[in-house]
Design a binder for this molecule. Structure first.
Ligand code: GLV
Ligand code: MN
Ligand code: MN
Length: 416
């Protein structure tokens, strides 16, 4: 068995151990949303591994776990190796933790081999990339990159708990957020390993690829205000059914994205009907809209068009509509120079060099505003993600580990 495969089996065992820590007490599903007791327990497990490797660790104000391997070089800048350890609800095991634990494995190897780096290496396990609890993504990496807006502290979760309260409850520190940012002048670069979460590598049979760009996204919350009423007595033409209006919009959004080619995707993933009952006409329906494209112009045009369609549906059905933009993230391009080095590492490891555009959001998005940033994608089973069926082949992870190690050595030479 190759050395990389042995190392991979070790890190995959850690991923399995982390996956047993879940908000779901039965352990049947993996759910570790930002700031929950399960998240805090999972982070403590990972922190123990960081420390055992010889990293100096700390938890910052937003709950990121940060481990530092200091360079002997005076005034060295910082290269960040990162991913996230929060999950969606009923998640897979690999989205996020794979990047963190591959990063840790690389750091362990650097320490064991006594390699001296000309930069400080900071390994980060971000606390919130998914944005499922407060409906806004990248809370962890926004703090590290100095992009965190203090108004976010007032955002509430489904139980009415504000982000500020959640931080207090998890031992975070809202007052420290501004000083938790790595100053722009200290950044050297950013690299993240992540499963592809889509089917391209599965279909092409390539184990690892570089990422050329990450799609922009807009998250919207729509509230349809109709009139609750008796399901047996109100004649059909006289109803103001909020759910029927929402349903019409969901299908309109799907048709719109289908008609606009591969780049644009539109998803309604969350729907709530307050006071719902089988014998009550829905008076209110609240749902999400997640709209993505790698093309900023296409994203803006889709946003405007779907808003107009929603307003037309509300007007025709005699309903009120509240359209709230929850998040906008512009598409970003990954750094060409880092990608040149990553491509070289992929080719030198014996693999075809393939470049992918990521439809999924990643912490590399905020990072790219302050530093050269890129990512490597690892093939995952049938491209399935945000699903308990998410899986990877050990041989693919071993291939990506070999590529990433070469890439770090390329960086060492570049900044020597
Ligand atoms: C995170 O996985 C996202 O792309 O929403
Ligand atoms: Mn992820
Ligand atoms: Mn995810």
């Amino acid at each position: 068995m190759s050395d990389y495969l042995t190392r991979t089996n070790h890190l995959l065992a850690r991923i399995d151990a982390l996956a047993t820590i879940s908000e779901d007490a039965t352990g049947a599903t993996v759910t570790r949303r930002f700031g929950t007791p399960a998240f805090v327990r999972g982070r403590a497990l990972v922190q123990g591994w960081f420390e055992a490797a010889g990293l100096t660790t700390r938890l910052d104000g937003i709950g990121n776990l940060r481990g530092r391997l200091a360079s002997r070089r005076p005034g060295a800048k910082t290269f960040v190796l990162a991913s996230h350890i929060d999950t969606v609800v009923n998640a897979g095991k690999y989205d996020g933790p794979l990047g963190v634990l591959m990063g840790l494995n690389l750091v362990e190897s650097i320490i064991q081999q006594g390699i001296e780096l000309p930069f400080d290496l900071e390994l980060m396990a971000f606390s919130d990339e998914e944005g499922v609890r407060f409906h806004t993504t990248y809370l962890g990496s926004k703090v590290v990159t100095g992009a965190f807006e203090p108004t976010l502290l007032q955002k509430t979760d489904a139980d009415g708990i504000t982000l500020a309260q959640a931080l207090a409850g998890m031992g975070g520190d809202a007052a420290a957020l501004a000083t938790d940012a790595l100053p722009a002048a200290e950044w050297l670069g950013y690299f993240e390993l992540h499963i592809e979460q889509g089917p391209v590598l599965w279909e092409s049979g390539v184990p690892v690829a570089l990422v050329t760009a990450i799609a922009g996204q807009q998250r919207v919350e729509l509230t349809w205000q109709g009139m609750a009423g008796h399901a047996g007595t109100v004649p059909m033409p006289m109803r103001q059914d909020a759910l029927a209006a929402a349903a019409e919009f969901v299908l309109a959004a799907e048709a719109f994205a289908l008609a606009h080619g591969r780049g644009l995707v539109a998803t309604v993933g969350q729907l709530r009907i307050p006071y719902s009952a089988s014998n009550v006409i829905p008076g209110q329906a609240i749902h999400s809209l997640d709209l993505r494209s790698p093309d900023a112009g296409q994203l803006a045009a889709a946003y405007a068009d779907l808003r107009t369609q929603a307003e037309a549906i509300a007007a025709r059905r005699g309903l009120g509509l509240d359209w709230q933009l929850v998040q906008y993230t512009a598409p970003v391009a990954c750094d060409p120079e880092l990608n040149r080095l990553l491509g070289r590492a992929i080719a030198a490891s014996g693999y075809e060099v393939e470049g992918l555009v990521s439809g999924a959001g990643h912490d590399a998005v905020p990072a790219s505003a302050v530093a050269p940033a890129t990512m490597a994608f690892i093939r995952c089973y049938k491209g399935i993600s945000h699903n308990p069926l998410e899986n990877v082949e050990a041989a693919d992870v071993a291939a990506a580990l070999a590529v990433a190690e070469r890439f770090l050595l390329e960086l060492k030479d570049k900044y020597a």
